[in-house]
Design a binder for this molecule. Structure first.
Ligand code: GTP
Length: 340
């Protein structure tokens, strides 16, 4: 890529990748706060695999513009939408300092990055500075054994950020770092967690040198035929199921049933995310493998429609099973409304 072609005001771009539940959004919140403290305005593009957009709700508003894309992946069926948006933003003369893209937890970051590296209508205006691969210290080894997507993410990243180090010993962290360095010897390996923070200065100052990947970028997989069905979305053999409830949920019942389900089937259920209407409160539900967290969310806004949204992502998930479990948690007996 010749420097002559780059527009003098080309915007720096960071891609944040990493497997389902690795801690991307949590890290992104810290990064957004860091940029804001340094007087920079970000434009954030969020991509979610399930039909229901949950991550936008989890991003702490920090004066950044947030665009959300759900029900698909930038690495496959939403690829063109992303680049159309980028061209449009440039033409509109949008005023932001840097662009951050959070990919879905199963996206191949190479496919998202390639147009930034090769397409003149993109790379004249946007300069890809870093691809960050977020890896869960507790789960990455098992994830790598189970899901090929995780290997691609690790292989393509410029920075590998080992998160959730608060959940493991220093020795385990160092073993994970060695494993990642072995898979991608070119990457810079860093650590952090949501309590003690992340090396944000180092991350934001890092600029990639090409080429940094140990694996050749894959071409966009041709699996568009999987995306016709509105209820679930397939990515290789990973499926998402989304449900919407009109009536409040009994959170205790839901917690109990989910705990049971995760204990029995955590190897198939990669991720559960939900915004739950618990009557007067909005509850955020998060699970990664067998870890389940239920926390209080933002307040309901005046006029906001009070409904619960819940997304399950995993392998071989059967809608009827989840539907039955969820129906048992609805406070008022009413038919469950599936997302369409
Ligand atoms: N203990 C601990 N938990 C964390 C840390 N980072 C994230 N989590 C928790 O892990 C869960 C998933 O975190 P997210 O940041 O939503 O993960 P994500 O990668 O954005 O998830 P997807 O977008 O669904 O792929 C949440 O319950 C977080 O609170 C960490 O450093 N330590």
């Amino acid at each position: 890529m010749s420097n002559q072609k780059i527009h003098p005001s080309a915007k720096p771009v960071t891609i944040v990748s990493g497997f389902l539940g690795a801690g991307k959004t949590t890290f992104l919140n810290a990064l957004i706060a860091f940029y804001r403290a340094n007087g920079k305005k970000l434009l954030v593009i969020e991509n979610e695999f399930g039909e229901q957009s949950i991550d936008g709700e989890l991003i702490v508003d920090a004066g950044s513009d947030i665009f959300e894309f759900s029900n698909g992946c930038f690495c496959c069926n939403l690829n063109e939408e992303l680049y159309d948006l980028l061209r449009e933003l440039w033409q509109r003369g949008n005023t932001f300092d840097e662009l951050i893209i959070e990919t879905t937890g199963i996206a191949d970051p190479a496919t998202v990055a390639v147009p930034f590296l090769t397409d003149p209508s993109i790379n004249r205006y946007y300069r890809l500075e870093r691809v960050i691969g977020v890896a869960d210290a507790c789960l990455i080894e098992a994830t790598l054994a189970q899901a090929k997507e995780a290997g691609r993410q690790i292989s393509f990243s410029d920075i590998l950020l080992v998160t959730k180090t608060d959940r493991v010993t220093q020795e385990q962290t160092s073993d994970v770092m060695k494993l990642l360095q072995h898979i991608n010897p070119f990457a810079k390996i860093l650590t952090g967690n949501k309590t003690s923070g992340y090396p944000l200065q180092e991350i934001s100052g890092f600029i990639r040198t090409e080429p940094t990947t140990t694996a050749p970028p894959e071409t966009a997989p041709d699996h568009g035929h999987h995306h016709e069905h509105h209820h679930h979305h397939d990515h290789h053999d990973i499926t998402s199921l989304s449900f919407v409830f009109a009536d409040p949920i009994d959170v205790e019942k839901l917690e109990y049933r989910l705990m049971l389900m995760l204990t029995l089937q955590s190897e198939n259920i990669y991720r559960v995310k939900g915004i739950i209407d618990a009557g007067n409160k909005k509850i955020i539900l998060q699970s990664v493998a067998h870890y389940l967290a239920i926390t209080e969310g933002k307040d309901w806004l005046p006029g906001e429609e009070r409904k619960s949204r819940i997304v399950f992502i995993g392998k071989g998930l059967k809608a009827a099973v989840f539907e039955k479990i969820l129906e048992q948690c609805i406070r008022k007996a009413a038919p469950l409304k599936k997302q369409s």
